[in-house]
Write a protein that binds this ligand. Sequence first.
Ligand SMILES: [Zn+2]
Length: 279
Amino acid sequence: MAEWTEVADRVFHRRYEPLDISIGVVAGDEGLLVVDTRCNPREAAELRTDLAGLSPLPVRWVVNTHAHYDHAFGNQSFADALIVGHHLIPRHFEEYEGKRLSDWTAAPGSWPQYDWTDVVLTPPSVLVSTVTDLDIGGRIVRFHPLPPGHTDTDLVVEIPDARAWFLGDVIEESGPPMYGSGSFPMDWPGVLDSLAALIRPGDLLVPGHGAAVDRSFLEAQADVLRVVADGIRQSFERGEPIESAAERIVSRSRLPIEIVDAAILRGYTLLSLSGTARP
Ligand SMILES: [Zn+2]
């Protein structure tokens, strides 16, 4: 059964089903900062109960690592806290998550894997576009909004005094990296390279799904994502159909076919839009 694990000094991690989602907590003298809010208000209410069991301190801050539903659809249950997120989350909500939610609400039976009853899309109340420090009482938490990668709303949470980081889905440990709604397959590996330059060997990294890892894991995942990105670019330039491109990229990256298919579809769309790779 899931429990809180103190992965660094007053930094807690708990893995929740469904989706083996990582929830983080950083305790300061003034209160708790919670990382991500789960898939819906029922899961968020369970999380709040578990937070009350962890500490008598109030939840004063929440941060979304990105806009995807499993990380942000519980936001409405934290209306009493400041919710921090990447400045592009409202736009992403409009383009992707809001549309998915209204489609689901109109016909919930079409997507039985989701339970979005009573979800009220709630964007962060504090939007950040540059590296930002927050004093949570006796310690600093640092937010690093990232350029487009897993989404265009990725934001990494650093706890400098504990040498701990919550990375959201820019890396995943318990499953393959996901090219979900609004991903940027060709830019993602470079984002991880820049991030690796900020992280020291021995720092603790908590991925959006799965167990804590270290910098070498992030570097290895960057290499896999680069194989995918290079493969997409080369295939697009050759005008290759998705099927044969997928076969080659799967054999080189060792990622599952459905992951690679999603990456190529999205990559080809972005490359067509940019119009730079083909005459
Ligand atoms: Zn995600």
